[in-house]
Each structure stands twice: as C-alpha cells, then as structure tokens.
Write a protein that binds this ligand. Structure first.
Ligand code: UDX
Length: 448
C-alpha cells in the first residue's frame, strides 16, 4: 500500500519505518525541514537503538521517502497516518493545534476518498470531531468524497520501540465502517502479527490508550506509596513486589518501586485524562493520586539524601548516574534527574552529572550553573564525591567496579533510586546503601 505519515517525531518515525520495512511504500512529511534533511541522510534526531539503521536500509531500498510538500505526500496515498505531537497545555489538556493544522491542510488538498489514521494520543471524541471537520471541508469544496477517520493508538515504549512495533500485544482499531476496518487489516497483514486486532468504536480506542498508560502508572505509584510503609515497618518492597507479581492475576510488570515515572507519555496522558474527568464533571480521586504520589516520590528521595548528609551537604559533591527518564533513550522530558539535581543544588551540593548518552539534547535541559558539572566518565563522576546517586538504571551501571568507586569517593554513600543493586552486596563493600523501600534491618539476618 502507499502510505503517508504526517509528523516524524518518535511515534511517526517508528511507524513510518516499520511500515516501509514490511514492504509498504511510505512517504514521511514533517513541518520541520531541518529534520527532513537529517532524515534523508538517515540521521535520526533522537536516540533509539536500531532505528537509524532501519531508516537507512529502507531509504536505500526505495520504500521510505521524506518530503517537504504536503501535496507530494498525499498525491498517491491510500492511507494517511497523523502522528503529530499533542503536548499538554498549561491546564493539562492536550494541545491539538498541530493535529488540526494537518486536518485543515488535508481538507483543502484531498481530491478523493482516503483513510485517515490517527496515531497521536488524543482526548476521547477527537476522532469523531476530526471526521466531521475534515468531511465538512471536503463538502465545502463541492467534492463528493468522504474520508474514514480511524483511531489506532500506539503502545510502544521508548528504547524498545522496534521490538514493540514488530511484536505488539494488540492492535487497537477504532472505526465506524467495515471498509475502514478492512483497510487497516490489509495494512497490518504484512506484519503477520499473531496478536489480536481489536475492532471497536473510535471513542473506546481513544480511551484504551489513556487507560493503559494510567493503569501502568497507577501500579508504579501504588508500589511507591507502599515503599514508604515498607521502609518504616522493615519490609523490603522488592520482595513484596515479587510476592505480588507472582499472582497471575497481577503479574510482575510495572511493580518496580523507585523514584517514579517520567517521560513524554505517562505524565502527559495522566494530566489529559484528569482533564477529561474535569470537563465531564466526574470526580477522579485515583487519577489525581497517581500523579501526586509520583511527584512526591522524587522529593522524598532528594530529601533522604539531604537529610542523610545533614550539615555535610554544604559544598559536598554528589554524583548522579543516569539522567534520562529511562534507559536507552536521550529523552529528558519529565526526567526525575532534573528535579533531583535542582533540589540537591539548592541544599548546597555540587552535582556531577553522567549519562551514557551525554549529548546536547540532555545537557541543554539543565541550567548553566557553577554547581553543575557534566563528566564523560562514570568513575570520574564519583571522584572525591560524598554520595553516588543512581537515577536511571542503564545496563552500564548494572555491575560497576565498586572497589574502584570506594577508592575514588570521599564518603561512601550510595543512594539507589531504582533499587537496581543488591543492598547486601553494596553494604558488604563498605558503602552506606539506601534504596527505596528497602530498610537496612532484614529478617533473614536475625541470628546470622
Ligand atoms: C510508556 C508505555 O509503556 C507505552 O506503552 C506507551 O506507548 C508510552 O508510554 P515509555 O514512556 O516509553 O512508554 O516508558 P516505560 O518503559 O513505560 O516507562 C515509563 C516510566 O515508568 C519510566 O520513567 C520508568 O522508569 C518508570 N517505571 C516503569 C517505574 O518507575 N517502575 C516500573 O515498574 C516501570
């Protein structure tokens, strides 16, 4: 099939590339001409393992093109994907400006019936509104054509995008005609997915996306809240998580306590969902709590470090390992490292920052400040430091040379924001170890 993808951000580019990889002819369009130029040279403007190679391969094979004219993108297309960003506005609602700009352009340029697929995460009812707006524009031009508008939300995770896009758990399709469902089935046929293709009303498809993200975030916040109790009563939240997740009705995913979630999706989608509840005047104590617990968690963690160092915090040196909101990405949106480093700085610490992908996308998110220093080596970060803080669990940090770390640090304090390391092992190396919801006294040490 011939497909156009509007919006070449994270979701759009991964979608365009995967569709070209299975043999569709794909044209990508974006309003940012610099981005298009980079993409034509197979330069992906963000860090995602494997994506640049796949873009390059499909450009070379002639399946993937990037154009800066909307009319070129839609000229022969059977299906148009819209994957533009829907960032939160100040009130938390999704900003649909870019989305409606695309709809407006399509309404002015389309000459024939076509299937429009909305990949962007949009508030419930948006697909129906787009359907009305687009078809009204076409009608106002005197055209006897009608476009199907399909909701097809994306569930991929940053850092795992290629795995997720080729191995989804489900494909959700929200449409109002049999023809639209059949077009989507033909589009996905070359992927040979074994997962279900779920057909539903557009409103249900739209809400499914918010439900998935809010539900996963609620599991994280529940565990983080529980970790506070665990710490106080002498339970280890990691052991609780294992016991909990072993129940097949619950499962192990997203039960990992730590400093909370960040990124472009969970924070934004929870705000947008909360806004939908408000708009419809429905109370949602749960949605509010998910977000509140998450934001408190970072503060609590920073407070623990500050209280532990006490008077020694002033002019201390604290090393932060991992700055991105999660491993395998250079995405800094709502990354806990930003707030944690700021709180430590405010308390008087000098903060040394290290991340395996220390590019300008990461550095530019931090303020220029004499108390902040970026270093290119994880061990250089801990040189003379009074605390080592693990913020993001990149695999590079899985088994550090703790003997070396011990020799380099001035005061051997380890604060593990992701419960990534074995507390007993780290303590056996002579460090003071603090995890989240993992107290020092453990029952299995009794009488040992
Ligand atoms: C998420 C959804 O997983 C994906 O389906 C959706 O399409 C987009 O949003 P992403 O934001 O890329 O994907 O990352 P994810 O791996 O889900 O992690 C989100 C955040 O939760 C990260 O900050 C991560 O560190 C945190 N997290 C995750 C926890 O704190 N504990 C966990 O147990 C799992």
């Amino acid at each position: 099939m011939k497909i156009a993808v509007f919006g070449l951000g994270y979701v759009g580019l991964v979608t365009a590339t995967s569709l070209s990889e299975v043999g569709h002819q794909v044209i990508g369009y974006d309003a940012d001409t610099d981005k298009l130029e980079s993409l034509r040279n197979s330069e992906v403007p963000f860090y995602e393992p494997g994506l640049a190679d796949l873009v390059s391969k499909n450009i070379d094979q002639g399946n993937l093109h990037f154009v800066d004219h909307i009319d070129w993108a839609i000229a022969d297309s059977d299906v148009i994907f819209i994957a533009v960003g829907t960032p939160p506005k100040e009130d938390g609602s999704a900003d649909l400006k870019s989305l409606y700009q695309v709809v407006e352009s399509l309404g002015q340029m389309l000459e024939r019936s076509i299937t429009i697929v909305v990949k962007s995460t949009v508030p419930v009812g948006t697909n129906q509104a787009i359907d009305r707006a687009l078809n009204a524009l076409l009608e106002s031009r005197g055209l006897q054509v009608s476009c199907d508008v399909v909701s097809n939300p994306e569930f991929l995770r940053e850092g795992n995008a290629l795995h997720d896009v080729f191995n989804p758990d489900r494909i959700v399709i929200g449409a109002t005609s049999r023809q639209a469902f059949d077009t989507m089935r033909r589009l996905y046929a070359p992927f040979h997915f074994t997962c279900p293709l779920l057909e539903m009303e557009p409103a249900s498809a739209e809400l499914s996306k918010y439900a998935a993200n809010a539900f996963l975030a609620s599991r994280i916040s529940f565990m983080n809240e529980l970790s506070r109790l665990a710490e106080t009563v002498g339970a280890d939240i990691n052991q609780v998580s294992t016991a909990l997740g072993t129940d097949p009705r619950i499962g192990h995913h997203f039960l990992h306590a730590g400093i909370g979630y960040g990124g472009s999706c969970f924070p934004k989608d929870i705000l947008s969902l909360r806004n939908m509840f408000w708009e419809h005047r429905i109370e949602s104590p749960l949605t509010n709590a998910i977000q509140q617990v998450n934001s408190e968690q970072r503060h609590r963690f920073a407070k623990t470090i500050i209280e532990h160092l006490a008077d020694a915090i002033d002019n201390s040196t604290i090393a932060l390992w991992g700055l991105t909101f999660k491993p395998n990405t250079d995405d800094m949106r709502d990354a806990p490292s930003l707030e944690i480093s700021q709180l430590l700085q405010k308390a008087g610490a000098n903060v040394r920052l290290y991340d395996p992908v220390l590019n300008s996308a990461i550095k530019d998110r931090f303020p220029t400040d004499s108390q902040l220093e970026f270093v290119d080596d994880m061990y250089e970060a801990v040189h003379g430091a009074d605390a080592l803080v693990l913020v993001t669990e990149w695999t590079t940090f899985a088994e550090p040379d703790f003997t070396k770390v011990m020799q380099l640090m001035r005061t051997p304090n380890v604060f593990d924001g992701r419960n990534f390391w074995d507390p007993d092992f780290v303590r056996s190396q002579g460090f003071t170890y603090y995890g989240v919801g993992r107290p020092e006294i453990r029952f299995n040490q009794k009488g040992g």
